[in-house]
Design a protein around this ligand. Structure first.
Ligand SMILES: NC(=O)c1ccc[n+]([C@@H]2O[C@H](COP(=O)([O-])OP(=O)(O)OC[C@H]3O[C@@H](n4cnc5c(N)ncnc54)[C@H](OP(=O)(O)O)[C@@H]3O)[C@@H](O)[C@H]2O)c1
Length: 351
């Protein structure tokens, strides 16, 4: 079995902790370096991190000393990044230039024309963009991003329908968990017994990122999908799991909802045959009971990696309507990065 020495940048934050949690006992990836800000550097991870995971902090990680995020300080094969977007850009580029691949959650390079914005079940072929990156003259270092935590369940649930019928436009409302705001996140007096009807910066990402994810590779560039999306992003008093309510117009009109249901149920994701360690089976689970999926009950299915889909029905306006659920810090962040890295290993991108 391959074993890679892996660094986690932003290891003390909410997403960084999820990396540590998900990488315990990983068959291929072993965490050997932890990076964070000057505030944490020099401390043991036990002292630096305000551990908010419900599992115990792994004892080998607890004793490791956190460093600043500099390539020269980390003897690793590649890094995962869960850094604050405000500072991630220069640091991630420094790693790529130093020949250390960066698999990141931060948004900085998501729209860079040579950087894949990738969900393995949706657009694994976009990994080919790596060949057009010239950040590292030796060709070892590169950057791969994953999208925003709403766009992952949205595009994964939509992909079978998009391929079979084409999608003309979408209106959606997201009901986003508080853990999506990091720690300590949303003030308790704002969110207890309440819904906040706006999340700054979120609706723009939801309108843009699916267009790259669902785009096609043409002459080494991504041709974005032509798909107007109108999004309303709300924060709800739920700890984990973003639930979306989606209504879509389709290009090819289905004869009945059963035709759409068949397409979703029989969908084979492009990575099914690779048997990657973190890949959920199936990637999308369609619930027939209209009460599901619910964040509290179904977010953790398949180790938090499965996208739940429910209430798939014909719509009175536009064509179809459904709910989609994704665990925001697992499927929507660290877990998607880990699955990206597993795919990149399987396809020989790590040199
Ligand atoms: N939470 C989610 O559901 C979610 C989902 C998808 C994507 N994301 C993205 O993932 C990233 C992390 O989010 P989060 O919620 O985990 O944030 P967070 O809890 O605030 O953690 C931020 C991390 O960045 C580190 N950091 C801050 N300044 C730094 C510097 N100058 N140099 C090096 N490291 C520095 C922090 O280290 P210290 O502890 O030392 O300050 C901490 O480890 C963000 O880009 C976010 O947009 C989050």
């Amino acid at each position: 079995m391959a074993e890679y020495r892996v660094g986690v940048l932003g290891a003390t934050g909410a997403v960084g902790q999820k990396f540590i949690h998900l990488l315990r006992n990983h068959p291929w990836f072993k965490v050997t370096a932890l990076g964070a800000s000057e505030r944490s550097a020099g401390k043991t991870y036990r002292d630096a991190a305000n551990w908010v995971e419900s599992s115990e902090m792994p004892s080998d990680i607890a004793d490791m000393v956190v460093t600043t995020c500099e390539p020269g300080k980390m003897d690793v094969d590649f890094v995962f990044s869960g850094m604050d977007a405000a500072i991630a850009g220069d640091i991630e580029m420094a790693f790529a230039k130093a020949g250390i691949p960066v698999i990141t959650n931060a948004r900085v390079y998501r729209q860079h024309e040579n950087v894949p914005l990738m969900v393995p079940e949706v657009n694994p072929d976009h990994a080919e963009l790596i060949h057009s990156q010239d950040f590292d003259p030796n060709g070892k270092g590169f950057i791969v991003t994953n999208p925003n935590c709403v766009c992952i369940p949205l595009t994964t649930a939509l992909k079978p329908i998009y391929d079979a019928f084409g999608v003309e436009k979408i209106i959606l409302t997201s009901m986003q968990a508080v853990s999506g705001a990091g720690y300590p996140g949303v003030p308790s007096l704002d969110i207890l017994c309440n819904i906040v009807p706006y999340i700054g910066g979120e609706e723009e990402k939801i309108a843009l990122e699916p267009l790259k994810l669902l785009g096609t590779l043409e002459n080494g560039k991504v041709k974005f999908a032509d798909l107007p999306i109108h999004a309303t992003a709300t924060r709800v008093p739920v700890i984990n799991g973003h639930l979306l309510s989606v209504t879509a117009s389709l290009k090819k009109k289905p004869a009945s909802i059963d035709e759409v249901i068949d397409v979703v149920k029989n969908w084979k994701s492009p990575i099914d045959d690779l048997n990657l360690p973190s890949a959920p089976k199936p990637p999308v689970r369609l619930y027939e009971d209209p009460r599901f999926p619910q964040p509290r009950h179904q977010s953790e299915y398949e180790n938090g990696m499965q996208v739940g889909m429910g209430r798939l029905r014909m719509a009175n306006v536009m064509d179809i309507s459904f709910n989609a659920l994704g665990h925001n810090t697992v499927r929507g962040a660290a877990g998607c990065s880990i699955l990206n890295a597993e795919y990149l290993h399987a396809k020989g991108y790590f040199k």
